[in-house]
Design a protein around this ligand. Structure first.
Ligand code: CNA
Length: 234
């Protein structure tokens, strides 16, 4: 812990990359833990373009449940700590695989949403954007008649180019990259940690198969470990 505090204090650019494990302490299940959503329904069969095109009812009900489950969810203390580090200019870039917008709800700005977000929607046919999910939740279609979908990146789709490029640039120039709450099993985001020449720090409940690349690892709850680090920084 002492080394990591020294690194943080000396760093001028810290990048944070988060995954679903960052949100479990706010009550949102991840995909791959024992308690994760993956155990009940396989997202590989639903969060896909194929499901959107060939089984829209299943696709719609999967995402409706996910959107509704987020209504009363609030960020935990770990999210506020990262937002504070960003305001203090310690953290220069936040990138997330999460679609829940909890970074922004805790006050973080300019978050690169590598897998999009679940709050806004668009038409799969004409591309028209909707600022919220009301129409989608009401099972209405786009004004053009096309099917609506959340602005998430489905399996098999490309990542948003701007978010991806900004994140690569930030990671290449970072002194430290914090990788938090991700199993690092989803391509291409799992390639990002190896792109830095800075220190790599992993915070996760359990080891990942490729975590020998990290300079420091903390196995435990993200919110608790961030709180310990933050306390030592005061
Ligand atoms: P994942 O594969 O489910 O991995 C999550 C990791 O977090 C696991 O290794 C867990 O051990 C770990 N973890 C769980 N709880 C904690 C905790 N409290 N503190 C620290 N670590 C913890 O999820 P990834 O993000 O790696 O996979 C990427 C997918 C999951 C993306 O496509 C996301 O969109 C998708 N996802 C997002 C959300 C969300 O937006 N909150 C929820 C579920 C899935």
């Amino acid at each position: 812990m002492k080394n990591v505090i020294d690194w943080i204090q000396q760093a001028t650019s810290i990048v944070v990359l988060t995954g679903a494990g960052m949100s479990t302490e706010s009550g949102i299940p991840d995909f791959r833990s024992k308690e994760g959503r993956w155990q009940q329904v396989n997202p590989l069969t639903v969060a896909t373009v194929e499901a959107l095109k060939s089984n829209y009812a299943l696709f719609q009900s999967f995402y409706r449940a996910r959107i509704q489950a987020l209504v009363d969810v609030t960020p935990h203390n770990g999210y506020y700590i990262l937002a504070k580090w960003q305001q203090q200019k310690r953290v220069t870039h936040i990138a997330t695989q999460n679609v829940d917008r909890l970074h922004q709800k805790a006050g973080a700005t300019h978050v690169s949403e590598l897998h999009g977000n679940i709050e806004t929607t668009r038409c799969q046919s004409c591309g028209k954007q909707y600022d919220d999910a009301t129409r989608f939740l009401n099972e209405a279609r786009c004004t053009c008649g096309g099917a609506l979908r959340p602005n998430v990146v489905l399996f098999g789709e490309y990542l948003p180019e701007e978010a991806w490029e900004k994140t690569i640039q930030a990671i290449r120039h970072a002194d430290i990259v914090f990788v938090i709450g991700t199993s690092l099993s989803v391509y291409p985001v799992n390639q990002l940690p190896s792109m830095t020449t800075g220190k790599l720090i992993y915070i996760n409940l359990e080891p990942a198969s490729n975590d020998q690349q990290f300079d420091a690892t903390f196995y435990g709850k993200a919110g608790e470990i961030l709180a310990q680090l933050d306390e030592l920084l005061l």
